[in-house]
Design a protein around this ligand. Structure first.
Ligand SMILES: [Zn+2]
Length: 340
């Protein structure tokens, strides 16, 4: 799109200082890609908009000066206006200086944000009876934290390796799994994604690829390795720790539960305990009520989940309509793809 067209379409938002909104709309219109990098011309447009706001500020200051001048200079109100204004200008200058400075968060997480210049925060002057400066967190911080968590969870390396492109397609059922997963990522109104069944059919790979794509779309993704996390959470003796431990899993934008209801070692399929069922229900139900995206991989088929706990399984089943994939192993040791 030509620069003039961009100006025509988004100029008003930019002039109003609604940079975030403009950026989101551009992303929606496909002008900004799925990654974190901005095209050069768009980066320039944001930079100009930011500068225009700063320039306008100084002309606003002149206006207020004038208003005070028009009053009798000895009028107490004129003095108050001048004092207040002087204070505001001083604080605003300091804030502008900070807001113009360059941050370096992008060097560790690769996310480049022109709004906060990679500082993560912007300083703003607010008035509530007196002027004060506040540090406002930039929207990019949500994504940065998400990356940090992914890094901590050990999923980072996998996200780079396990993509849709690297997903092995040797037969038609694998092709259908990949297609469906790609569709899921594109589908904005999609609910949950469930892939269950045979060990070693690429469940973790396909779910990791989905997470990687959603991260690129600025969603914050939380990874939960069920076998280890469920054990850790169940060990929390007091209720308070337990609650705060699962809160993040209940509330994050996107949750990926890997190896759901896997208990014990791989080959001995042990049924989940009552404590497992309770934990699963709490997380699943909270996300079900809040309609938050959840991606689940499990060795169990949905029917088997139903037998463990209908309340949990039926919520998963309902939410992953259209995206419930199951891979069963038949007697000939061939994979069989079940769909619904
Ligand atoms: Zn930012």
């Amino acid at each position: 799109m030509l620069e003039e067209e961009i100006q025509e379409r988004y100029g008003e938002l930019l002039a109003q200082g609604k940079l975030m909104e403009a950026m989101e709309q551009m992303r929606e219109a496909g002008l900004i890609g799925e990654g974190n990098m901005l095209p050069d011309n768009i980066r320039e447009i944001f930079r100009n908009a930011q500068n225009a706001i700063w320039n306008r500020r100084s002309s606003d200051e002149e206006q207020t000066e004038k208003a005070a001048d028009e009053l009798d200079p000895d009028h107490p109100l004129a003095r108050t206006i001048r004092q207040q204004e002087a204070l505001r200008v001083h604080m605003q200058n300091k804030a502008d200086l900070y807001n113009r400075s360059q941050g370096y968060l992008n060097e560790t997480d690769g996310i480049d944000c022109p709004l906060c210049r990679n500082r993560g925060y912007t300083e703003e002057i607010r008035f509530s009876g007196y002027y004060c400066s506040v540090l406002v967190q930039c929207k990019c911080m949500k994504q940065r934290r998400s990356w940090q968590r992914i890094r901590k969870s050990g999923l980072e390396e996998n996200i780079r390796r396990q993509t849709f492109d690297s997903f092995k397609v040797e037969s038609s059922w694998q092709e259908r799994i990949r297609q469906r997963a790609e569709q899921y990522v594109q589908d904005r109104s999609a609910g949950w994604f469930y892939i269950g069944g045979a060990v070693g059919c690429g469940k973790t790979h396909i779910c990791t690829a989905i997470c990687g794509e959603l991260l690129k779309r600025n969603m914050s993704v939380r990874y939960m390795c069920w076998p280890s996390e469920s054990v850790r959470l169940k060990r929390q003796v007091n209720e308070e720790e337990y609650e705060s431990g699962i809160r993040e899993y209940k509330e994050c934008d996107v949750l990926y539960i890997d190896d759901f209801f896997k208990v014990g070692r791989a080959r001995d399929a042990v049924k989940p305990s009552d404590a497992d069922l309770k934990l699963a229900y709490q997380i699943v139900n909270a996300r079900y009520l809040a309609r938050k995206r959840t991606i689940v991989s499990s060795e169990w088929l949905v029917d088997e989940l139903m037998a463990f706990d209908e309340a949990t399984a039926s919520r998963i089943y309902e939410m992953s309509k259209g995206y419930t994939l199951q891979v069963a192993r038949d007697k000939g040791k061939n994979y069989r793809y079940l769909d619904r």
